[in-house]
Design a binder for this molecule. Structure first.
Ligand code: HEC
Length: 172
């Protein structure tokens, strides 16, 4: 074999070892505790998963309009809880998520308590602007929330008439 070929083979072998070492680092069952923790951190849900909460947000609208104020209240309270996952896994986005909670989710919770549908619609529309404003600010202007004509979680009974007595607001 020529020297050149040997050099290539050795290089390929080295690349293989490096790739293998990196893979090994991403094993949650093997390696040092710190490596296993890194592997666990690596697979935590980021903002994309948290944003599936868009379904919850949509539920809030249909619940309020169907008269199921208890469900609207419950969903608006659950939203910041799932956002906390994003605040921990994407700490640089935490201040914006917190600001969204304070500026939009709290007022929404307040108008739900009052069962004031006109104020609800205003608060809901301004929250939509908050959602999409944050997408633009983060370079995701192509992710634009738009209220669907029918609820996504259609298996929930939005027309069950209940009172907003769930009792907790999104305030932590
Ligand atoms: C703190 C800023 C911020 C706020 C507030 C915010 N988003 Fe997002 N959203 C993002 C970012 C950033 C992404 C891109 C996902 C990623 O980083 O993985 C995203 C992605 C999404 C996605 C796409 C998820 C996917 O991967 O399929 C949806 C849907 C979404 N957001 C809905 C909403 C809705 C609805 C609201 C308001 C109730 C909202 N977002 C509020 C920052 C925000």
């Amino acid at each position: 074999m020529t020297k050149r070929l040997w050099a290539w083979l050795i290089l390929l072998g080295l690349v293989g070892v490096v790739v293998f070492a990196q893979q090994a680092q991403k094993d949650i069952f093997k390696g040092r505790t710190s490596q296993r923790l890194d592997a666990l951190a690596f697979i935590q849900p980021g903002l994309g998963s948290v944003m599936i909460d868009g379904n919850r947000f949509t539920d809030v609208y249909f619940a309020a309009h169907g008269g199921n104020w208890g469900l609207a209240q419950y969903q608006v309270k659950e939203m910041p809880e799932i956002q906390e996952v994003g605040e921990i896994t994407r700490p640089q986005k935490a201040p914006m998520l917190k600001a969204f909670e304070q500026t939009h989710l709290l007022p929404l919770a307040k108008v739900i308590e009052k069962k004031d549908l006109t104020a609800f619609d205003q608060a809901f529309n301004s929250a939509i602007q908050g959602c999409n404003g944050c997408h633009v600010a983060n370079g995701y202007s192509f992710i634009n929330y738009k209220l669907p004509k029918t609820p996504v979680e259609a298996y929930l009974n939005f027309n069950l008439h209940t009172e907003p007595k769930y009792g907790e607001t999104p305030q932590k």
